[in-house]
Design a protein around this ligand. Structure first.
Ligand code: MG
Length: 329
């Protein structure tokens, strides 16, 4: 009952906004027809997505990074696998399309990468899925034929001709701002901490904190969050992410979009490329259905211990560029 109610709420004007319109989004992607009447038929709902997750997400144990084949070394195999199929490409931003910067504001997209993504988006549906606020990542990517899923997929918006919109967890915005303010006080003694208050999450970046005290930052964040059982803490690369404790993540986002865009068919192969812990939800969601490409190399802290549900590995954003160029052909 709760799930049914959520489905209806999701389809309300403030949740999924759909317009009666048919347009061609890209040269090879499906013509997308959206009408309010087919919202529920398409089951753009938490219930539908949850069902897909379970159906497609058998408990496959994550494996060591060192067991992954290189996506570039297996180009021929990949080409073979993708031949004749339509693609739906999902891209993380930081560490995937750009190198990780000392501060988030410095991670700008290169002209070359922008051109590659623009060219890929002419061939298939491309979504950028980021922990950043949606507006932030939209500005950074600067392309209007790409779908943006900000705040780890809590805030999804598409170009005007692809009327799909979804927001999750926005009722937590004020509470998250209060938590950010508490964290400012608790972490005042740590020089270099950067607290980013976003619409549906708070990020505590500690890359610039001295190596001796860096380890303490996540402990202070965890202690502060003990007062907020409605929030959850996840750990990324030198960043603590605080999100509403709701059943939504990058994996749910990918499955939601595939269904909402009519791309949930055997003719479509979804590909997700990402480097962070939060991208694992998407790799898991696509297991047995699409292709997960993990981005990283052994120069990074924690690489050796990393376990992943991705299918392939790629070393860094410049190699991501090579992969995307190939997919765009
Ligand atoms: Mg990333």
């Amino acid at each position: 009952m709760q799930l049914q109610l959520k489905a209806v709420l999701t389809a309300a004007p403030n949740g999924v906004q759909l317009r009666h319109r048919t347009e061609r989004f890209t040269s090879r992607s499906t013509c997308l027809v959206f009408a309010v009447g087919n919202v529920l038929a398409r089951r753009i709902s938490a219930a539908g997505v949850a069902g897909m997750t379970h159906a497609r997400n058998p408990k496959i144990a994550p494996r060591s990074i060192y067991d992954l084949p290189s996506a570039l070394a297996r180009e021929v195999e990949l080409d073979e696998h993708l031949r004749g199929k339509e693609l739906a490409v999902f891209l993380d931003y930081d560490g995937t399309l750009t190198y990780i910067a000392e501060r988030p504001a410095l991670a700008s997209l290169s002209k070359n990468m922008r051109a590659i993504i623009a060219s890929l988006a002419k061939r298939c549906t491309v979504t950028v899925v980021s922990g950043r606020d949606r507006e932030d990542v939209e500005d950074l990517v600067g392309l209007d034929n790409v779908i943006y899923a900000g705040n780890h997929g809590f805030d999804i918006a598409a170009p005007n001709n692809v009327a799909v919109r979804r927001e999750e967890g926005m009722e937590f915005t004020e509470r998250l701002a209060r938590v950010a303010s508490d964290l400012q006080k608790e972490l005042a003694g740590f020089k270099g901490v950067l607290i980013e208050t976003k619409k549906a999450s708070v990020a505590v970046h500690y890359r610039q904190v001295t190596a001796e005290t860096r380890k303490e930052v996540p402990l202070v964040v965890a202690r502060t969050l003990e007062q907020h059982p409605e929030l959850r803490l996840t750990h990324g690369k030198m960043v603590c992410e605080i999100q509403p404790k709701v059943d939504w993540d990058k994996g749910r986002t990918v499955l939601f979009l595939l269904e909402a865009l009519g791309l949930d068919t055997p003719d479509v192969i979804p590909i997700y490329v990402g480097d962070d812990i939060t991208d694992e939800d998407a790799f898991r969601a696509l297991k047995g259905r699409g292709i997960g490409v993990f981005v990283g190399n052994d120069s990074e802290d924690g690489f050796d211990e990393r376990k992943t549900s991705a299918d392939y590995i790629i070393g860094d954003p410049s190699e991501v560029g090579r992969l995307l160029e190939r997919l765009a052909r």
